[in-house]
Unconditional design. Structure first.
Length: 211
């Protein structure tokens, strides 16, 4: 089995999702650093890898992909990761629902709406009532959908790997721990996930710096 080449930055939520999938399946991969916020770091051919200039992108035996969903689905199908996809129809639907809630609501509200605003834009303690409400809404929906010990029941699925990086970043925001206090199932789930080797191996640089 030849390794996958993954293009992206260690700080990226969606690069980490792709890495988590590969780690959980046991796929050997190389992470080639691509920082889309520093244009000088972009490889000359990167537009041919991701025409929209985002991350991650991947290549395996000449087969190129971009979009995290596509990379994850390819890894599952090509390298025996079927255990990450529930067979039960309801669990499969719930997994997909949680993944889309993360993409469309939780990631914007919790990462961009809380972490970036408080840390990158120095607005700790200054978020508006609307911003806090948006974050609480996303967490509340996920709390209602979550099962135990994993998000769709007894087995790890892609849903867990989609949410883990988002909540890891939220916990690093000044308001994050207090927001998570209102979600006991997610808090317990996050503690379980934090001990997984895949999560430890892909920690964000900011997590490594945290006391």
């Amino acid at each position: 089995m030849t390794q996958i080449t993954l293009y992206g930055a260690p700080y990226s939520v969606y690069v980490r999702i792709a890495r988590l999938v590969l780690e959980e399946i046991g796929v050997t991969y190389e992470l080639v650093p691509v920082d889309i916020f520093t244009q000088d770091s972009l490889p000359d051919d990167y537009e041919t890898r991701h025409p929209f200039g985002k991350i991650p992108a991947s290549e395996h035996d000449g087969f190129r992909l971009f979009e995290t969903d596509a990379i994850a689905c390819y890894a599952v199908a090509a390298f025996g990761g079927e255990r990450l996809i529930p067979r039960d129809a309801r669990a499969l639907a719930r997994m997909t629902q949680i993944m889309r809630v993360v993409d469309n609501y939780a990631y914007p509200a919790l990462v961009w709406g809380v972490l970036v605003e408080e840390v990158k834009r120095s607005r700790a303690g200054q978020l508006s009532a609307e911003e806090i409400a948006r974050a609480r809404r996303a967490l509340g929906v996920l709390e209602d959908l979550a099962e135990v010990p994993f998000l769709v029941g007894a087995e790890l699925s892609l849903a867990d790997l989609w949410l883990a990086p988002v909540l890891a970043y939220l916990r690093l925001a000044p308001s994050g721990p207090a927001l998570l206090d209102s979600s006991p199932k997610l808090t317990a789930w996050q503690a379980t996930m934090a001990a997984r080797p895949s999560v430890i191996a892909t920690r964000f640089p900011k997590e490594e710096e945290a006391p």
